[in-house]
Design a protein around this ligand. Structure first.
Ligand code: HCA
Ligand code: CU
Length: 390
């Protein structure tokens, strides 16, 4: 079973805009927001309206589309940013401020008590202006911040009673599942509010870290389509979906339109001019491709033997690769029957040896295999008919 009420904060239109290849037009953003909402993510996070004139206009437009997903925007912990964000009509505002010594020293130059004072001013101001707004407060670079500092910051902000959700951000991808568990558990002990986790993927831990956050009591996970974002990005939507589906397929099938995932990936890949990586979760070219004869045999008998994700649930199909030296006679038999060819099992075993030997010498293709199967069947049929004639 999955932890209760997990919600996705889809940040392709915020963190994803920080991907080097991203430059979304208004139309692009609307198209992506509609696809995300149609897929069923609970929240869509948009770039700060203070980033550029278009960011402001687009934020207002998307907030007024009346999508099923709630619309959030993301701002620095500044009063001026808060005023602009409040005027856009979004459902929620995500406020962030850096707490690590790196950011305090080399970015905003504020002490922890100044951070607390500024956050107190900004957050109480926002909630006073609009009590219905969903307000989130997050510390940037949480995992390189002192835990004592973090506890002080979260505790003080929690006591204000104005924040709906606390964010924890692994801004540089340094966290591990253990350190995430530990910090989320600590924040959980401070507040009853929701907790959001945002994890970068510099060392490949983003999905595992997000999952660990959920098990420690987090309620919201940030994702982007294909994981795009600063550097090599954050938890991908597809990776999180795969992780959660593997635990509880039924609730993920009920919650999200899984059939739309591939199209959504292709849409974003096209917009940022990249290919979907071949090994991407669910939608990568090889995600449902099986090769070794031993695997192929079992997959043909029962796909669950080697698949924890059912490609059909995602509107996709599995593929069994047979044109190689690791092939097996069960897979070749399946291919023969797809081609309408009948070959008895003894002959098939011989054909298999022939194909393996051939593949040892050169790269072969499916058409080579098909040709061999046809030839073998023709030869056998002609020898059978010549036997009959004699
Ligand atoms: C950044 C900011 C952020 C913010 C995450 C959050 C990060 O671009 O550095 O608001 O929780 O990774 O810290 O994306
Ligand atoms: Cu980030």
């Amino acid at each position: 079973m999955l932890p209760n009420n997990i919600q996705i904060i889809e940040s392709t239109l915020r963190e994803g805009e920080q991907f080097v290849g991203a430059s979304f037009s208004t139309e692009d953003k609307i198209q992506i927001a509609q696809s995300l909402s149609n897929f069923g993510v609970e929240y869509i996070e948009l770039t700060s309206p203070c980033a550029s004139p278009n960011s402001l206009e687009d934020c207002i437009k998307i907030a007024n589309l009346n999508l099923n997903s709630k619309i959030l925007t993301h701002i620095r912990c500044h009063l001026e940013d808060a005023k602009v964000a409040l005027a856009t009509g979004v459902d929620g505002i995500d406020v962030v401020i850096g707490t690590s010594s790196y950011l305090r020293e080399f970015s905003h130059r504020k002490s922890i008590s100044q951070i607390i004072d500024t956050a107190t001013d900004v957050l109480t101001y926002i909630k006073k202006q609009n009590s219905a707004i969903e307000l989130r407060f997050s510390t940037e670079d949480s995992f390189r911040s002192s835990k004592t500092d973090l506890i002080k910051v979260y505790q003080t902000i929690n006591d204000l009673n104005v924040v709906d959700r606390f964010g924890i951000a692994d801004t540089v991808g340094i966290a591990t599942p253990d350190s995430v568990y530990d910090l989320v558990e600590t924040v959980r002990s401070i507040t009853d509010s929701d907790i959001e986790f945002h994890g970068h993927n510099d060392t490949g831990c983003a999905i595992a870290n997000s999952y660990s956050a959920l098990t420690a009591g987090a309620t919201h996970i940030d994702t982007t389509v294909l994981g795009i974002g600063e550097r090599n990005g954050i938890t991908s939507l597809e990776g999180l979906i795969a992780r959660l589906y593997a635990i509880d397929p039924e609730s993920i099938r009920n919650k999200y339109k899984l059939h739309c995932l591939h199209e959504l990936n292709q849409l974003v890949a096209d917009k940022v001019e990249i290919e979907i990586p071949f090994n991407h979760y669910i939608t990568g070219l090889t995600a449902f491709t099986h090769k070794a004869g031993i695997h192929a045999k079992a997959i043909l008998n029962n796909p669950e033997t080697y698949e924890i994700l059912n490609p059909n649930d995602f509107g996709l199909t599995r593929y069994i690769s047979i044109a190689h030296k690791l092939t097996g006679w069960n897979a070749l038999q399946d291919r023969a029957s797809q081609l309408g060819i009948h070959i008895d099992s003894d002959s098939l075993k011989e054909v298999t040896l022939h194909i393996k030997a051939m593949a040892d010498h050169k790269r072969i293709t499916l058409s080579d295999v098909d040709e061999i199967l046809h030839q073998w069947a023709d030869n056998n049929n002609s020898s059978i008919s010549s036997m009959k004639m004699n």
